[in-house]
Each structure stands twice: as C-alpha cells, then as structure tokens.
Design a protein around this ligand. Structure first.
Ligand code: NAD
Length: 247
C-alpha cells in the first residue's frame, strides 16, 4: 500500500535515534536505504547492528556542511542505483544554554548543520529527482519550531528556518512532481532527549495529552506515510507528531 518497494532512500543522521529507526522502517517496507552519519565509527556501528538484524543497508559519512562533499557522495549513490527517490534530512543538533552563555560560533554551528546542510543535500539531489520526474524530500523539524523554547536559542531558530525552507521549496519544486514536507516531532525517546535533565523533561511530559513521550517509530511512521503514494497530494506541510504537546 505504501509503494516504497525498491525506492532509493537516503537518511541523514541515520546512525541512531529517529534516523536509525527510520532506516529500519523503510528497509522493512522494501526500500533500498542509504544512511549517513557524522563519522566512520558510528556508521560502522549502525551498519553492523542492521547486519545482525539481517538488514542490508549501506552508509557514508559526508561532511553535510560542505556542498562539494555531499554532492560527491550523492553522485556515487545515483551512479550505483540510477535514481534517488527519497531524501530525509534528519541530522540535527540541539542546544540548551541561555543566550548569555551562547557564543556566535555556537549559534552558527547549529544553523550550519540544522539548516545549511539541508540546503546542501537538497541542492545536490534535486537534479537527480528532476531527471527522474519526481521525488520526495522530508525534513525533521521540531515542535519548538511552532512554540519556541525558553533557552538554547539556536535550536528553535534553526527549526523555524527548516519550516520556511520546507514550505518554500515545496512551492518551487511542485511543478517537477517533487514533494517537500517536514515532520515536527514532540519529545521523542532518543539520546538527544536522554541528555536533557529530569527537571526539564518531567514537567514537559505532564503537558502531553496522550500521556507519554514519543518513540522513534512514531516519527518513522510519519516519514513512511509522507514518502508514500498515499501522500501524493501533500506538499509543503509541517506535520506535528507530538501527542498534541503544547510547550
Ligand atoms: P540523535 O542525537 O539521537 O541523532 C542525531 C543524528 O544526527 C545522529 O545520527 C548523528 O550522526 C547525526 N549528526 C549529529 N551531528 C552531525 C554532524 N555534525 N554531521 C552529520 N550528522 C550528524 O538525535 P535524534 O533525537 O534522533 O534527532 C534527530 C532529529 O530529530 C534532529 O534533527 C532533531 O533536531 C530532531 N528532533 C528530535 C526530537 C527528540 O525529542 N529527540 C524532537 C524534535 C526534533
């Protein structure tokens, strides 16, 4: 029903957390999946774990903030498979410091990975999708892109930018049958959340109407839907997957 069989799917930040579960979910639905990570060791670790699960996935570790490097690796993938159908821009870092403890370098670092890297992967993949007469680009936003957050200013700023990027690129690429959407996760049980203090997380959970934090599979399922033909008339949306959290 999802029609993802043999689709070539690239997932950035695919070595753990939401991205790793997304890799699994697409593989289970018949896609050919390529994961990107930040370094060789984490890519190897993820690929070995998938191998133990009898899932055949390949991986690379391009510097996402460098257009030439990203472009080189995406060309390699295109040359191998002849098409790239789905790009999932999921790699991201967060921040929690107050603005007085944040340097301009800290701020720039977040924008570089969470925003500029998405520009790089999209710019490099779009010619292949145009040639293929279609494709799907999915970005990982966050619920902080809707409500902001009381510290770590670079993180919500970057995710607001992701939403603007998504909506604008969707309009630019619609004539080419390339759909661009984002998923805005609420609080999801990954390393990123494990690094936050109990004092920060517990009051947040109390505000979630569905009464639990989300799982990486909750987000992977949203990506599956948005990548599938079932979402063929959906572009330019930021889909909240957050148990209706309002923080
Ligand atoms: P995570 O820290 O578990 O995983 C992050 C991934 O990004 C890893 O695969 C890592 O290799 C990759 N990455 C980090 N720095 C990188 C770099 N410099 N270059 C290339 N890759 C890099 O995080 P997660 O919680 O799975 O988050 C994934 C995405 O979901 C992020 O964009 C994050 O902002 C977003 N998100 C997470 C939550 C949450 O509650 N966990 C909520 C909202 C949005």
């Amino acid at each position: 029903m999802l029609n993802l069989e043999n689709k070539v799917v690239v997932v950035t930040g695919g070595t753990r957390g939401i991205g790793f579960e997304t890799v699994r979910a697409f593989y289970e639905n018949g896609a050919k999946v390529i994961l990107f990570g930040s370094k060789e060791e984490s890519v190897d670790k993820a690929l070995n774990e998938l191998k133990r699960e009898k899932k055949e996935v390949i991986g690379y570790y391009p510097n996402l903030t460098n257009y030439d490097d990203v472009s080189r690796v995406l060309k390699k993938i295109y040359d191998k498979y002849g098409h790239i159908d789905v790009l999932i821009n999921n790699a991201g870092i967060s921040a929690k410091e107050r603005i007085e403890n944040t340097t301009s370098e800290d701020f720039a670092k977040i924008m570089d990975l969470n925003v500029n890297a998405i520009f790089n992967t999209c710019k490099a993949v779009i010619p292949y999708m145009k040639e293929n007469k279609g494709g799907v680009i999915l970005n990982t936003s966050s619920m902080v892109s809707i409500y902001g957050q009381p510290s770590g200013i670079g993180y919500p700023s970057s995710k607001f930018a992701v939403n603007g990027f998504t909506k604008s690129l969707a309009r630019e690429l619609a004539p080419y049958n390339i759909r661009v959407n984002a998923v805005a996760p609420g609080i999801i049980n990954t390393d990123m959340v494990a690094s936050l203090s109990k004092e920060m997380i517990e009051p947040l959970i109390k505000t979630i109407p569905l009464g639990r934090i989300g799982t990486p599979r909750d987000i992977a399922n949203a990506f599956l839907f948005l990548a599938s033909d079932m979402a063929s008339y959906i572009t330019g949306v930021v889909l909240s997957v957050d148990g209706s959290a309002r923080s």
